[in-house]
Every structure is written in C-alpha cells, then in structure tokens.
Design a protein around this ligand. Structure first.
Ligand SMILES: *Cc1c(COP(=O)(O)O)cnc(C)c1O
Length: 384
C-alpha cells in the first residue's frame, strides 16, 4: 500500500523504477524463518527469484541458505556471505566449468538431474581428488496445478530423473567412487496455491525415500523444493501463510530421526515486497479500445508477456477515484505481447499519471532485458 508520503517521495523520481518495501521483506522473512524453526526445517532461498544485492543481504542475514541454478548464482551467494555448506546447485544443464567451480567452492550439494550428469560429476570430482555430495532430483509426476509454463514435475517436463531411470541412477551411484549420496530432491513448479498439491508431493517423497533406503542408501536429506505461491490479486493482504505450508509437511512427510527436511523458497519470500513504478506516456482513445502507454514494458517486467501473469495495476495519481473506463495497459516495446493488462477498469487516466504494478518482487527485476537497447530500471528502497 502506498501512502501519500511515498507518492510525494516519488514525485521527482524518473520512472520506471523498482520500489522495494524492506519492512515487508523483513516481515516475510521473519514469518518464514520462525515457522520453519518450529520443525527444524532448513530453508534455502532460490536466488533466481531475485538477486538484488539489498534483498539478498537481508535474506542472508536471516540465516537462510541458497538454492542456485547457475555458477553465477553460486558465486554471487558466496560473495555475499552465504555459507558454502548451505548452498545447493540444481539445473538440467550444468556445464563442466560450472561443476568444477562448484566443486572448488565446496558447496553442500549438487541436485543432479540425470544419470549422465552423475557420471560427469563423478569424473570431474575424481580428477580433482574430491568427493561430490549429490542429491537425486526426482521428477515425481505430481501436477502442480499452476500455469503450464511454470510446472516442472510432470513426466513431460525436462527436469529431474524420471522414475523409470532410478534403477540406472542407483547403479551409477554404486559405481561412483567420488560421489557421496546425501538424499533426494524435488521441485514440482511455481506459484502453487493449493496446499493439496504439497500433500500429494509428500506422498511421493515418502515412496521414493523408502525406495532408496530399500536399495541400501541412507537418505539423509529430503529436499522438497519450493513453489509456494503468493496472492497476486491482493497485494496488500497477508503475507504467504508459511505456518500452514510447513504444517502440511509436518503432517504428511515421514521423517526419520536422522533425516533433515530442506525447502527452496523463492517467490513466497520476495514476491510481495516490490512494485514496478511507471508513468503514463500517452493515452490513446480508440473506437474499440483505449490504451494506456506506460514508460515501463516487458523489458522491465516480463512475466505478463512470458506467461500471461497477472499483476494488480494501480493509478496512484488517481487513488480513491472511481473506475471510469476500460484500458489496455501496454508498454513501449515493439512486441504485441508487451501488454500488462487488457480491458482493465481504471479511473480516467492522463499523461503523467504514476502507476504501480504490484507484487513484482519475484521474477521481476531479475528478468529485465536490454531488448530495444533499453536502459536498466534502477531500484529504490523504502526508508527503514
Ligand atoms: C525456481 C526454483 C525454486 C524456487 O521456486 P519458487 O516458485 O520461486 O519458490 C526452487 N527450486 C528450484 C530447483 C528452482 O529451480
């Protein structure tokens, strides 16, 4: 929620820019950390959701680990002071250089996504005289009931080892002298809003853990990934309900005394704390449509163009005024998908009005591109 004071502060600031509410970020991080502590759960923050240094620093200070999907993210996490022993590294396509550098950084664990990758990590570790800790990322074929572009745990998805490849995985692990098996890993998708989905995941995790132990392995780590969604339709409502989320796992996951449960949350920790601020360049009133042309576009916030994502859009200059017209809210980029909302009811809008595109903290600033030779939008932070 923007106060009159915020809007005054924005008056002389050039748009577009990202605005971070650091108080809200702190509240969210604290809520997650204390809910996880109830069950001794370990939470790794998924850097790809937002690697803004101010945000990352706040997350590190709270004691979270780091979940990385490239060596760049591993190195950023190390530079910012995340402990190597709390860094995990997933990804279907880790290059040899990335694997070597992660071995040198002595990260906690590689989340391995194919039988072939196991062999490669073993060979690279051997040539460095090291043992690599690995968890097997399993594709559990659980439907995340989310947008098809952000589902990752179905048979048709590229991520993880499919169940029919697990016997080959076991053989590769038994043959590998330079691998230390630590456990199993899952990540079934993003923006998951039904806790039922996580309950189904627990059932599958229990089955796979039992299967591995039956084959003679000690499954020390159960890493259930991330994916908890946020309420994009109510940006000022409650922060995500971490207590209920962790409760599902407490209730349905079978955890032995020697096992640790790990999570990899991204969006739920950072999604709500940022907005993209933009001003209206032009208003085009047509016969069939009215367009609001903003100075921000898909180069600043790609989610709507990439997966038809919804963000609440507010005309801050006309706050409190009743909706009067329907507008398509679009950006300046030369692509028809550069559209934030269609047929949105707004107060009568004019050139210069200040707009806020809400809940842009996750997969927002990090997905910015230089397309059309656009300059990078800067970040501004709440004063706290
Ligand atoms: C992206 C990603 C996450 C985080 O997903 P969110 O939906 O942002 O919580 C966790 N684990 C892995 C392996 C990922 O790729």
């Amino acid at each position: 929620m923007f106060t009159g004071k915020d809007i005054e502060r924005f008056a002389n600031i050039e748009t577009p820019f990202y605005y971070y509410d650091l108080t809200l970020l702190q509240q969210t991080l604290s809520a997650c950390a204390s809910a996880a502590a109830m069950y001794n759960y370990h939470v790794h923050y998924a850097l790809k959701a937002n690697f803004n240094p101010v945000v990352l620093n706040a997350i590190k200070e709270k004691g979270f680990g780091a979940d990385c999907v490239s060596i760049g993210e591993v190195q950023r996490a190390v530079e910012l002071g995340f402990r190597a022993g709390k860094i995990v590294f997933a990804g279907v396509g880790k290059s040899d250089r990335e694997i070597n550098q992660a071995l040198d950084a002595d990260i906690f664990c590689f989340n391995v996504e194919s039988v072939q990758e196991l062999g490669i990590i073993n060979d690279l570790a051997a040539s460095r005289g090291k043992k690599a800790r690995v968890a097997i990322r399993i594709n559990p074929n659980v439907d995340a009931h989310t947008h098809h572009n952000i589902t990752t745990g179905l048979d048709e998805n590229k991520f993880g080892v499919n169940s029919w490849d697990l016997p080959a995985c076991v053989q590769a692990l038994k043959d590998a002298e330079n691998l230390e098996f630590v456990g199993i890993h899952f990540h079934i998708g993003s923006q998951i809003t039904s806790l039922e989905v996580f309950r189904n995941l627990c059932t599958r995790v229990n089955e796979f853990a039992a299967w591995f132990e039956d084959k003679g392995f000690v499954v020390r780590v159960l890493n259930v990934g991330g994916g908890l969604g946020i309420d994009y339709h109510n940006p000022d409502a409650q922060i995500p309900d971490f207590s209920s989320y962790f409760q599902v796992f407490n209730e349905f996951l079978e955890v032995k005394s020697y096992q640790e449960v790990h999570f990899e949350l991204g969006r739920a920790l950072v999604g709500q704390c940022a907005s993209l601020l933009s001003r209206v360049l032009y208003v085009k009133n047509g016969k069939k449509k009215n367009f609001v042309v903003l100075d921000a576009g898909m180069t600043e916030l790609m989610r709507p163009a990439l997966y038809q994502a919804y963000h609440q859009i507010e005309n801050l200059s006309k706050a409190g005024k009743a909706a009067a017209l329907r507008y398509d809210v679009v950006g300046p980029i030369c692509e028809s998908t550069d559209c934030f909302a269609k047929e949105l009811e707004l107060p009568e809008t004019a050139r210069g009005d200040l707009f806020a595109i809400r809940s842009a903290g996750a997969y927002g600033e990090v997905l910015a591109s230089g397309y059309n030779l656009r300059e990078r939008a800067p970040a501004l932070y709440s004063e706290s």
